[in-house]
Design a protein around this ligand. Structure first.
Ligand code: GAP
Length: 513
């Protein structure tokens, strides 16, 4: 556990030191669970967004984009159920006066059981060596099965109690499991209460005429209310999807996990409109498709798993999370939800407008069902960043910190380094920067010895370093060094563009899907 905490701390400090993520309003001591993306972070975030957009919109003829406003008519949120049901079950510790999400306290408890399972696996792998069969061990080891059974039973009971709004049982579960306040160790809990997560604001100049608004807690509703406009103007036929990325706002209570859970964050969502009755087939399709997208980034198959929901949101008839192994354990990264016709029907009722599709094959109109994929951009950023940050022991006994970002996402693709700041080398290096910058984000770095510059670029996540030396002046060749292998090769300047392109092109990465 301490190791996990250390890793998480180093992720946060590296993100700050290398210009990825800053605490918002830091000079005023910051604002809790609100963050700013700095010069490198903004590029990484943009690249993740683009990687998602290309896979989702550009590569699918029947999915189009949208950019709807953050402010929406307040009835939207009544219709969507957010006014009545978008709340978290909260519990206070009477001694520490700290407030927690009751479900998160219970999930963290189950997370500890998962950690115990991982420890058993590690121990057994050491004991059995090459003959160790992890799948078989997970399916047969009595201790592992015991932990799994216990975890599943706890989550099932919690899901059922939340579903029934039986908050007294959620409190009883916390007490039965002996869960203590992480801060004080006290088990002196209040009752569990529901708390709405939407931020309110006002539109209008005078107090009398002002209209109460909410900052959107998800981007999805902007898609639903535009369903008919897009379907008609785009002449879209079912099945088709509408995708958008944008800010969402939630007054989160558990706000101590860096950019994992923020109060202002960005979502990348896609609503896929389908014929009623086909939702199971499309649910499976999108679960597979989204996992493939994640795996294409090469961050390790073992780092992902599905978690099928016991407790379904008010709009869903099936839901699963793609969970990722964050530094603090497996947690939700993306949701795939079968939302039925809940949202469109609710908007029909509240707006009095028909939100239907005329199916020529069936010769009838119907309210489409919806399959949703929803991923937090910031959470994806954290997954990529934390998984990439590595401390490596080198053969010569030294160590290096390297940010092994998937090169397609790296903020800077290549750093151009003149070996020395004289003899015409900076001029040649600058010329290479000028040529490459039309196609890639590149940087120029001449400060410090070249070894230090390599380390700095490694820690920054730059996939290539290109060094200009005195031989370059003679033969127009440079040394290109690869971040991950540290391998160095001599290549003609004229080949740089194709070498970098081969490694970082979105096409090559997306083809792995
Ligand atoms: N439209 C469906 C929806 O919003 P959700 O499970 O509440 O579903 C979807 O959110 C995704 O948005 C999550 O899987 C997560 O990646 C991201 N997300 C949700 N709340 C977040 C928060 N407070 N901070 C950062 N990301 C968040």
């Amino acid at each position: 556990m301490a190791k996990q905490e250390d890793k998480f701390k180093s992720v946060i400090s590296h993100a700050k030191e290398y210009g990825y993520v800053f605490q918002s309003s830091e000079i005023y001591d910051g604002l809790s669970a609100v963050y700013d993306y700095a010069q490198n972070g903004v590029e990484l975030k943009k690249n993740i967004r683009e990687y998602w957009w290309k896979a989702m919109v550009q590569m699918n003829e029947n999915i189009v984009g949208l950019d709807s406003a953050i402010f929406m008519h307040p009835t939207t949120w009544k219709a969507s159920g957010h006014v009545d049901a978008f709340s978290d079950p909260l519990i206070d510790n009477k001694d520490s006066k700290k407030r927690y999400r009751a479900d998160v306290l219970i999930e963290d408890y189950v997370g500890k059981l998962d950690t115990k399972i991982e420890k058993e696996v590690k121990k057994a792998a050491k004991r059995f060596g090459d003959s160790f069969d992890k799948t078989q061990f997970l399916e047969t080891n009595p201790r592992v099965l015991g932990y799994k059974e216990k975890g599943n039973a706890i989550l099932k009971r919690m899901g059922q109690s939340l579903e029934k709004e039986d908050l007294a049982d959620v409190k009883a579960l916390i007490e039965e499991l002996g869960i203590a306040c992480p801060l004080s160790g006290s088990k002196n809990w209040t009752d569990v209460k529901q708390f709405n997560l939407m931020f309110g604001t006002k539109l209008g100049a005078s107090a009398e005429s002002a209209m109460d608004l909410y900052l959107r807690p998800e981007t999805a509703q902007g898609i639903f209310v535009n369903f008919l406009n897009v379907q008609k103007t785009g002449r879209m036929k079912i099945p088709f999807g509408i995708a958008q990325t944008g800010k969402a706002f939630r007054n989160e209570i558990v706000a101590r996990q860096f950019i994992f859970r923020m109060r202002e964050f960005e979502q990348m969502e896609m609503q896929f409109f389908i014929k009623p009755g086909t939702q199971q087939e499309w649910y499976k399709h999108w679960k597979d498709a989204r996992l493939k997208w994640h795996l294409s980034l090469g961050m390790g198959e073992d780092n992902y798993r599905f978690h099928d929901h016991e407790k379904l949101a008010h709009y869903a008839d099936a839901a699963a999370d793609i969970e990722f192994r964050f530094p603090f354990g497996f947690k939700e990264l993306e949701g795939i939800h079968s939302r039925t016709d809940f949202d469109l029907k609710a908007h029909e009722e509240h707006s009095g407008k028909k939100l239907q599709f005329f199916d020529h094959e069936e010769n009838k109109s119907y309210v489409p069902y919806v399959l949703e994929t929803s991923i937090g951009l910031d959470r994806m950023f954290l997954a990529v960043f934390s998984n990439s940050l590595q401390e490596e022991e080198l053969e010569n006994g030294t160590a290096r910190t390297v940010l092994k970002l998937p090169s397609v996402l790296a903020p800077t693709k290549a750093a151009i380094l003149p070996l020395v700041k004289k003899d015409g080398l900076p001029e040649v290096a600058r010329k290479i920067v000028e040529d490459l910058k039309w196609d890639f984000a590149v940087s120029y770095d001449e400060k410090d010895a070249v070894g230090r510059r390599y380390r700095r670029q490694d820690a920054n996540g730059t996939p290539f370093c290109i060094t200009v030396d005195h031989d370059t002046l003679e033969d127009n060749s440079v040394t290109i060094r690869h971040r991950d292998t540290m391998e160095q090769k001599r290549v003609p300047i004229s080949e740089l563009k194709s070498i970098i392109e081969e490694e970082v092109s979105m096409k090559n990465w997306l083809l792995r899907m």
